[in-house]
Design a protein around this ligand. Structure first.
Ligand SMILES: N[C@@H](CCC(=O)N[C@@H](CS)C(=O)NCC(=O)O)C(=O)O
Length: 178
């Protein structure tokens, strides 16, 4: 019997990476919302799937996979005909370059901007952190064209009204220091 992939997610978070990939591939999947703002990631039934209590998680015919970049790579490799996992090593290196760049260079400053614009309660937001993180993201070794694209993305992020899924309950009592 044909099985259906299942994606545990809560958007917009890192689970968007997995959803985006599934949608680009045109794969039929079941989406299961894990409401982080309501603390559903701590429920025993979800912790049985991912003891770390985080999304995204992809379940595919017995494979239970966490880590958004690993999920994107798994899907790219599973459907080679879709062109996201080039056979040529040099082209594949570029795929890996961008995946790693987004996860290592870009994610931290963007996450900091998100925390200090949306996630933390207002009294804990530090405007200086937003400017510093913005500078770090822009200094991450990009070409002029890439920097322009990133500047547009960061402006959109700072602007996006619908971005926050709500203040994370965990931050109300014990805010993480920048
Ligand atoms: N490196 C992991 C990070 C996963 C992660 O931190 N997910 C967040 C949402 S972006 C989460 O589920 N947080 C729940 C919590 O911290 O309670 C990935 O890229 O998948």
């Amino acid at each position: 019997m044909e099985h259906r992939m299942r994606l545990y997610e809560f958007g917009p978070t890192r689970s968007t990476r997995a959803r985006w990939m599934l949608q680009e591939l045109g794969v039929d999947f079941e989406a299961v919302t894990v409401n982080l703002a309501a603390g559903e990631q701590h429920r025993p039934e979800f912790l049985r799937i991912n003891p770390a209590g985080k999304v995204p998680v992809l379940v595919d015919d017995g494979v239970v996979l966490t880590e958004s970049v690993a999920i994107a790579l798994y899907l790219a490799e599973k459907y080679p005909g879709k062109g996201f996992f080039p056979a040529d090593a040099r082209q594949r290196a570029q795929v890996n370059r961008w995946l790693l760049f987004s996860a290592t260079e870009l994610e931290q400053p963007i996450w900091r901007i998100f925390r200090h614009t949306r996630l933390y309660p207002e009294n804990l937001r530090l405007p200086g952190e937003i400017a510093r993180a913005h500078g770090e993201a822009m200094a991450a070794g990009l070409s002029q064209k890439e920097r322009r694209a990133l500047a547009a993305l960061l402006a959109k992020l700072a602007d996006a009204q619908g971005l926050t899924p709500g203040v994370h309950p965990g931050y109300k009592q014990s805010p993480e220091k920048p």
